[in-house]
Design a protein around this ligand. Sequence first.
Ligand code: SF4
Ligand code: SF4
Length: 554
Amino acid sequence: MSYDFSHLHRFPGGLRLASHKDLSTTRPIAHLPLPRRLTLPLSQHIGLPAVPLVEAGERVYKGQMIAAAEGYISAPVHASSSGTVVAIAELPIPHPSGLSAPCIVIDTDGKDEWLPTLAGVDDVLLRDPAELRNLIRNAGIVGLGGAGFPASVKLNTGLERRIDLLVLNGAECEPYISCDDLLMRERAADIIAGLRILRHVLNAAQCVIGVEDNKPEAMEALRAALAQGPDEGIQVVAVPTRYPAGGEKQLIQVLTGLEVPSQGLPADLGILCHNVGTAAAVYQALTRGHPLVSRIVTVSGDGVTEPCNVEVPIGTPIAELIAFCGGYTRDVRRLLMGGPMMGIALPSDQLPVIKTCNCILAATDATLAPTKPQLPCIRCSECAVACPANLLPQQLYWHAHARDLDAVQEYDLFDCIECGCCAQVCPSHIPLVQYFRYAKTEIWDQEREREKADLARLRHEFRLERLEREKREKAERHKQKRKALDTPAGDDDPRKAAIAAALERVKARKSVADEVPRNTDNLTPEQQRQIEEANRRRAAARSHKADTDNGAQD
Ligand code: SF4
Ligand code: SF4
């Protein structure tokens, strides 16, 4: 299938939001000085947490894998600088739950020394795609747009299905976030090189880079980088600035007019979408051997003195990042990870930057309107009009509020991308997304509990079956033993013959013992001779009797 991008399409709903990207786009990407301490959570991605490979006290190099991926959907974690592991402990992480999670803590040594064995791959585009997928997995690359889905797992869908179109997502539609914009302006060549690698891995027929039309410098830089290489038909397409155009499904719909099916994946349409930052990380990993140890973070909002984009080692304390940007302004009220629409509130800045952290927003009342008291739903349907996923947010809210988890699923809760458009337009100030997140978490918890109960039931059934089998086997062994003992010894059974002979010997010893008088030490020689004579006569009589018996039997 071939796509024509000369005519674009629209997704339903969405909002036109005031842009605040210029707050952080006036300066080039800055580099944070090396922090003294790095805290690396084992779970910075969708999927199972990584498993530590190091212990406290161990020295590590920058780029060394310190925790391995566990299971298929997971990603390893690498040291973002050289130093010493000082702890592996439960520490607070930036997560909507606000809970702590296992982290590896490294005290840096200031040398920032790369692992000497790290090396890139020659002739990347001639390599086997399976080998490249494996290298991408080992580099710990996850979707850098904010979702954190392991990049190699997404690439594996190309194994099962034919991919006609690879979309690189440079839309970046949240009002304050500009890290992708700056990346495209300054490192367009890395992005294009990464795109070529991804295309080779997927064997994708067509490639397109979708960029919101409020980023003309970025588009110009990408087109210039493309012009440096051969004409491969890769297009940079300007998509209208309308929130949430950066949503994977929405961008695909704008570019192709195709709607990803409910609960389906873009791969169902033969399309795969990666973020521009992910493409640049793939290039770094395969050509230099550098795993994902840093990322660009937008620090913005009226609550920070000098908003800008900063390249930060993963694990850096957010407080150091804010300090690097001149510190807080006096009227700062809230701290968010992500943008004002989809970001999560942070309880403090004593948390580490993780792989999915694209923005730290220090908000004042001017940045984010203060939360207003919630009023009852008036059934105005404004939320449904604004929903880009064609959902009925008021129905979802109604059932989530009533904790009717079956009903929310019937209303396609899991198609909700948590974009926040519905909550933004709701005249009753209902925090709709919070209800939807809550319902999703409840369903996942229930699912986990059900899986646990199923596992426990299976274990119990296996145990009962094992006990029953052991009982049967024991009974069978007893039966065999008894049968062996009850059967008379035959000439052809040496074991039984040996038992019979042993019994005969015992019997013979017993009869002799009965006949020999005890306490004969004090007898006179004459008395002893008489006893021996009597024994000899008895033995002769027994022998004669045995011969007579045998003759009778014959
Ligand atoms: S916008 Fe708010 S008040 Fe209106 S129907 Fe939706 S939830 Fe109810
Ligand atoms: S948060 Fe969910 S329900 Fe609300 S507008 Fe976005 S996709 Fe629709």
